[in-house]
Design a binder for this molecule. Structure first.
Ligand SMILES: Cc1cc2nc3c(=O)[nH]c(=O)nc-3n(C[C@H](O)[C@H](O)[C@H](O)COP(=O)(O)O)c2cc1C
Length: 340
């Protein structure tokens, strides 16, 4: 089934998942190099949008070069969600997505995210108010239920569909599972059989073969990739190559990893500022350079400076650094942590 989202039509799309703390502008531009079909922002709080919270407004900025992009909203007040959707619409996303899946107690404990799976009439009301308040296509992302005793994905799907939402993404775990156990793809198949809007499957795709298997086992219309995109940004290119040719490059060469890491670093400095860039990148070095032995030597040097030009030089020089045992004995103090 072609996924018709107004200005964009997607056939078997590979989609970057929304990930709080990761899918910011630099990360999305990095992933864009791998040709995903659609990318999601981090989720944003609808109330914070209404109060024009500075940090939140920064999260909904979109650059032309990264389109198409979906902005994801969370909240539990239908009027506020509709108002926030109108504000978000003025930032020009191709899609506005509603979060009905976040398991974090700070979110779901207040009736937001997966908390709405305990109140499906309210979930349905949010969907229809938002759909009526904007012209931009509205989509939703959810889980199979609050816990194993209250699995309600078919009713959730029906309410979402009846409200005029254009596409539903399912991460087939319960809220209680958080990220534990396995995503049960049978529920993606079940949902697909029971709604007429497109269904995007999500959860535990770690390789191009997994993506192919999710399409064939569930008959889903698109697949969404989250954590694997953080540890391996090339997953989108590898999967597309695999679908087109049956083959893909399994191990990305070191030079290409280093080049992408430097690109990511420069984008982070440009869009997040020097200080934040350093802390954001700390989460990512082990992914870019996971094949290198003694990466701790590199981390010791990088974590001990706040000079971004020096850090950039360390990334350029990483092969010499990891091979230099002298660094193990250098007197280096990690600099203050971000936010402390
Ligand atoms: C660090 C992190 C942040 C996440 N933030 C969001 C979010 O903001 N909105 C959302 O709908 N899901 C969020 N998720 C869930 C992912 O979008 C996705 O559903 C989940 O990770 C399963 O897919 P995966 O196995 O491909 O990672 C987050 C997941 C992680 C690991």
């Amino acid at each position: 089934m072609i996924i018709d989202l107004g200005k964009i039509k997607l056939s078997k799309p590979l989609i970057l998942a929304p990930m709080d703390g990761y899918t910011n502008i630099p990360f999305r531009i990095v992933i864009k190099q791998m040709n995903p079909d659609l990318m999601f922002t981090e989720f944003v709080n609808s109330d914070a949008i209404i109060y024009t919270n500075k940090k939140t407004m920064g999260k909904i900025q979109i650059l032309e070069e990264e389109r198409p992009v979906a902005i994801q909203l969370f909240g539990h007040n239908p009027e506020n969600m509709a108002k926030a959707a109108q504000i978000v619409e003025s930032y020009g996303p191709e899609v506005i997505d509603l979060n009905f899946g976040c398991p974090s107690p700070k979110v779901s404990g207040h009736g937001n995210g997966a908390g709405l799976l305990k109140n499906l009439p309210l979930l349905g009301e949010i969907c229809s108010k938002v759909v009526k308040s904007v012209k931009t296509p509205v989509t939703a992302k959810t889980r199979i239920g609050w816990d194993f005793d209250t699995i309600n994905i078919l009713e959730t799907g029906k309410r979402i569909e009846d409200a005029g939402v254009k596409m539903i993404t399912l991460h087939p775990r319960t809220k209680s599972q958080k990220y534990g156990g396995n995503a049960d793809w049978n529920y993606i198949k079940l949902l697909k059989e029971n709604v007429s809007i497109p269904v995007v499957g999500n959860g535990d795709i770690k390789s191009p073969e997994d993506a192919k298997r999710m399409f064939s086992e569930t008959n889903c219309d698109g697949v969404m990739i989250g954590r694997e995109a953080v540890s391996n940004p090339w997953i989108f290119k590898q999967t597309r190559d695999y679908f087109n040719t049956g083959e893909y490059i399994h191990e990305i060469p070191f030079e290409e990893r280093q080049e992408l890491c430097l690109f990511h670093f420069d984008l982070s400095v440009k869009y997040l500022g020097e200080q934040r860039a350093q802390f954001e990148m700390r989460k990512l070095y082990q992914n870019y350079f996971r094949a290198l032995p003694n990466l701790k030597r590199f981390k010791r040097l990088v974590f001990a400076t706040t000079d971004h030009k020096e850090i950039r030089k360390h990334i350029e020089n990483i092969l010499n650094i990891v091979n230099d045992p002298g660094i193990d004995f250098m007197e280096l103090e990690p600099k203050v942590r971000w936010g402390s």
